[in-house]
Design a protein around this ligand. Structure first.
Ligand SMILES: [Ca+2]
Ligand SMILES: [Ca+2]
Length: 335
């Protein structure tokens, strides 16, 4: 991570020199290729994602503790409303929250979404994120209480990229993506999924069954001052030329001047194309089905021939298939 030299903190007075905001893009890393068991294809989606900046007094979920009702609702049902109520009720503990404007996205339709800029300041320098995994019993992803200030240089990070794992909210006992609701009362503590506590059927595990891959990543750039970046519909942080005629070398640079970097995990998602199982076209599927039907007709013919041959053995006929004749010859030799 690179540090910003644009903005020095006023340590003791806490005076805010300028408005500080982060412009973030969330990318999906949850795909059939990376987590194949029972992957929910067209149904798979992220609810949110929602970001908030806060003090350490507001942490609606942390590892090995029970979650709030707001976290339970987003993890189980995909709605952020109760979590947002909790932020409001916390009064002075939350500076700002922002969520993806359409409130959810299907991973078969897009690999990334932009989140409106979120403000931070010296009193509220912690960033948290959450997105509900749908469909799922009570699974979600995110991170909490990331300190946006570099402790050595005492400056705001000008660029962060955080990859996130799947979590279990501990509020539902279901063990598959589409398990029926099975409320846990009392609830368990929130846990990050690791191979030991992964669903027994293998959901969320990688193809080797040995690790739980990251399911998303959040990339943010610092924006200082009143002017926000206007992000185009494409993944501008992954390629600042994405909306130009020359999408390879247009000369545009990222806010911190550094070249874009695509994580190996996201490169894998891009290589795999969409996450929908569209490896076969309809015409290919039809032709494959016809092939299978042909093989089945051939098998049926062979079974008919065998039956016919057995009847002949009983003296009912004088001709048989080659299979029957071979069998009969073998039978004769045995005698
Ligand atoms: Ca659970
Ligand atoms: Ca529940």
């Amino acid at each position: 991570m690179k540090r910003s030299l644009w903005l020095k903190l006023q340590n003791t007075t806490g005076d805010t020199v300028e408005r500080v905001a982060y412009q973030c893009t969330f990318r999906n890393l949850w795909t059939e290729a990376r987590q194949p068991v029972n992957f929910p294809f067209e149904l798979g989606r992220w609810a949110g994602p929602i970001l908030w900046t806060h003090t350490l007094q507001f942490q609606p979920w942390v590892h090995s503790r029970g979650v709030t009702r707001g976290v339970e609702k987003l993890a189980e049902d995909g709605f952020t409303d109760v979590l947002i109520q909790e932020m409001m009720q916390q009064g002075a503990q939350v500076k700002d929250y922002q969520e993806y404007e359409q409130a959810q996205f299907f991973v078969s339709q897009t690999n990334f979404v932009h989140i409106p800029p979120i403000e931070a300041d010296f009193t509220y320098p912690y960033l948290s994120m959450m997105a509900g995994m749908q469909p799922s019993p009570d699974w979600y992803t995110g991170f909490y209480s990331y300190w946006l200030i570099d402790e050595y240089s005492r400056t705001w990070y000008d660029h962060i990229k955080i990859q996130v794992k799947p979590w279990d909210a501990g509020t539902d006992a279901g063990q598959t993506y589409t398990a029926l609701e099975s409320d846990l009362d009392p609830p368990l503590n929130a846990e990050r999924f690791i191979p030991r506590n992964a669903p027994p059927g293998g959901e969320l595990l990688d193809p080797t069954g040995e690790t739980i891959p990251n399911v998303g990543e959040l990339e943010c750039f610092l924006v200082v001052g009143e002017q926000d970046l206007i992000l185009p519909d494409c993944d501008w942080f992954a390629n600042p030329c994405c909306n130009e005629t020359d999408t390879v070398s247009c000369g545009a640079t990222l806010p911190n001047g550094a070249p874009p970097q695509i994580s190996p995990e996201y490169a894998q998602v891009l290589d795999g194309g969409t996450t929908v199982d569209d490896s076969l076209t309809t015409a290919q599927k039809l032709s494959r089905l016809e092939e299978i039907a042909g093989e089945m007709r051939q098998l049926a013919d062979e079974v008919d021939a065998l039956v016919q041959g057995l009847r002949e053995d009983d003296g009912e006929g004088t001709t048989g298939s080659s299979i029957t004749r071979k069998k009969r010859k073998k039978h004769d030799e045995d005698l």
